[in-house]
Ligand binder design. Structure first.
Ligand SMILES: [Zn+2]
Length: 114
């Protein structure tokens, strides 16, 4: 039920944000979920839709972005998006790569109608 509580906390945060910024409506919520966060985007989307029915967010679209993780080479500091599971620096061929990102779970931004 991990995704259910994530959907609940997204709704709570957005409602708080609307209150704080005195927004009457929000059109879209952009949520960022990294591929290694262990969170299933589809399940968050589904729970969000179900939970929103009785809230001011029922017409809001939840847009889930899944940013690709990045790797940084420890030898030449080259930063590159990681494809598949190959952890080799494309610039120098070094196999010592530090992973960056991929475990994000955050509200990126809200689109309002104004
Ligand atoms: Zn390198």
């Amino acid at each position: 039920m991990h995704e259910l509580s994530i959907a609940q906390s997204v709704i709570r945060s957005v409602l708080e944000e609307m209150e704080r910024r005195r927004l009457s409506s929000v059109k879209k919520i952009h949520l960022r979920i990294g591929p290694w966060s262990g969170v299933m985007a589809d399940a968050v989307q589904f729970n969000f839709t179900v939970l929103c029915v009785d809230t001011p967010l029922r017409d809001v679209r939840l847009i889930i972005e899944e940013p690709p993780p990045q790797g940084q080479c420890t030898q030449c500091s080259h930063t590159f998006p990681i494809q598949a599971m190959s952890l080799v620096c494309p610039q120098c061929g070094c196999e010592s790569v530090r992973l960056q990102g991929g475990d994000e779970l955050e509200i990126a931004f809200l689109e309002t109608g104004e």
